[in-house]
Structure formats: C-alpha cells, structure tokens
Design a protein around this ligand. Structure first.
Ligand code: DAK
Length: 257
C-alpha cells in the first residue's frame, strides 16, 4: 500500500511530505492522521528543531477529500470531532513548522498551510478557499486565519468568489513569507529550516509562542507576555553561550537548553 505521508530527517529538520499525488494530495482521515503522527514523532525527538510540511510540484493539497466527506451528517462530524481531532495537531506544535507550497493549496489545503508558522511558496503556488462552489464553507480555520493574514477585503473576495490567488499576489497580501522559483523551493526552504533549527530550540519555541500571542491578545497583554518570556530567557543556558560568543568574537555552540 502507498504510504500517504512520507517522513525524512535532514540534520535537525524533520520533513513531512503528503504523498497522495493521484488525488492532488486531497486530505482524508488517513492522510491527516499520518501528518499528526509525524508531528508527534518530530516533536518528541530532541534532535529536531524545525519541521517542514510539503506536497509535490502539482499540489500541496487540493483540500479536504470531497468524496470522503460528501455523505457526512452533523452527528457523524460532531461525534468524530471532524477537523479538530487530527488537523489541529498542527496548531499545537511547539516547534516551528514551515509549509513549502507548490501548486494548489485549496480549501483545507490552504487552511493547513495557514496552520503552519511560515509559508514559503513556489512561483507555481495557487491559494484559494473554493468551498462555496461545493455548497459549503471553509471549516478548518479559513474564515478566521485568512482575514488575519490578508485582511478582510481579499479574504471575502477569495471565500465568496472561489477565485485563486497566485504566489505573487499571496506574497503582496502577506500570506506567504517568500516566493521561490519552483525548482528551488525545497532547497531554499530546507536552508531556512536548517538555519532556524541551528538556533537554541527553547528560544525558538519562546519566539514562536510570543509571536502567536500577538493574534490572541491586546497589545498590552502581548507586550507583557513577551517581557515575561524575555526575562525567563535569562535562565536559558544558550543565552549565556550566545552572548558570551558574541563578546568573545566566536561562533556560539548551542546545546538547546
Ligand atoms: N478531494 C478529492 N479528490 C480531489 C480533490 C479533493 N479536494 N481535488 C482533486 N481531487 C482529485 C480529482 O477528483 C481527480 O481524481 P480522478 O478523477 O483522477 O480520480 C484528481 O484529484 C486530479 O484532479 P483533476 O483531474 O481535477 O485535476 P485538474 O488539474 O484538472 O484540477 C484542481 C486540479 C485542484 C483545480 C481540481 O482538482 C479541483 O478543483 N479540486 C477541488 C478543489 C476544492 O474544491 N477544494 C476544496 C475542497 S473542500 C468543514 C471542514 C472542512 C472543509 C469543509 C467543511 N466542516 C467541518 C464543515 C474543507 C473543505 C474543503 O477543503
């Protein structure tokens, strides 16, 4: 049987590849369970400092699997905790996750990319929330994360018309961090992931947590959170090493503690 989710360890980077090319990487339960299990494993591995989630050159993921969910009723979706149970494993990941997107990231695929901390897009990437065409709405955070990323005007445009946004527009709108020529997407993404993974892991996690606070609190609350975490960072052994190395004009050797 084809493995729907492939994983690889590259130095301190954990790579997760969605592998359902015949269905444009449509996300059924098995695929999302596989992604969640891969995240569990990389989170538990202290030698991993950054995770990359990707698809193939045609599709990151063309959405939730339409055939799989077309006959769901309310009680089934509610009782099985559809979406929340496994999709949201990404949301609770403490290590940074970069989505490397080439081709289609539609519906649940776009929502899954937005659950990651950073999106690097190939110039071939296309983002959209076309659920309205199917007589439904984005159900994995699209109506909430998209407006926070690109503003209300573009979010309404994408969700209500179902049109797709290309990589250039997505970068201009603030959805993606970088646009990269398709053939260099993995190389560039892995380079950035290795850079992040080379820094002190507890500090990386503190930064991720603090930036995420910006979306969940008032400015004053967020600043207070940041200040407390910043003070706490003086207890990190790597902070002593990082600052000593700067003063001694040498490269720091981080121990991730
Ligand atoms: N689900 C299942 N199969 C899919 C799929 C999908 N989302 N997207 C593509 N495929 C399959 C196609 O059926 C086709 O399979 P075969 O016919 O070969 O067996 C194969 O992938 C290749 O696709 P195409 O032949 O269509 O390829 P094209 O290059 O012509 O077009 C496309 C590519 C990505 C533009 C097109 O496939 C497409 O429009 N796909 C559907 C995109 C879409 O509508 N995505 C949104 C899915 S809905 C909720 C929670 C979550 C959601 C909703 C509610 N609740 C909690 C209430 C989320 C919803 C979605 O994500």
């Amino acid at each position: 049987m084809t493995q729907l989710v492939l994983t690889e360890t590259l130095g301190r980077v954990g790579l997760i590849r969605i592998n359902r090319p015949e269905a444009m990487n449509a996300l059924n339960n098995d695929v999302v369970d596989g992604i969640a299990a891969a995240i569990d494993a990389f989170e538990a591995d202290e030698n991993i400092g950054c995770i990359v989630l990707t698809g193939n050159e045609k599709a990151f993921a063309a959405g939730a699997d339409i055939g799989f969910m077309k006959d769901f009723d309310y009680m089934h979706a509610y009782k099985t905790d559809f979406i929340t149970r496994n999709w949201e494993r990404l949301k609770t990941t403490r290590k940074p996750v970069i989505a490397a997107v080439a081709g289609f990231a539609l519906g649940g695929g776009c929502e899954m990319a937005m659950m990651c901390d950073l999106i690097f897009a190939a110039d071939s990437a296309k983002f959209g929330q076309p659920e309205i065409r199917l007589g439904t709405l984005p159900g994995a955070g699209g109506t909430q994360r998209l407006p926070r990323a690109v503003g209300k005007a573009k979010a309404m445009d994408l969700c209500l018309t179902a049109r797709m946004m290309d990589a250039a527009e997505a970068e201009k709108a603030g959805l993606v961090a970088r646009v990269i020529p398709a053939e260099q997407l993995m190389e560039e993404t892995l380079k950035a992931a290795q850079t992040i993974a080379g820094y002190s892991l507890p500090v990386v996690m503190m930064i991720k947590e603090s930036v995420n606070r910006a979306f969940e609190s008032s400015l004053n609350e967020g600043l207070l959170f940041e200040r407390r975490v910043f003070h706490a960072a003086f207890t990190v052994e790597d902070q002593k090493e990082g600052m000593a190395a700067f003063v001694e004009k040498r490269k720091p050797v981080f121990k991730h503690r």
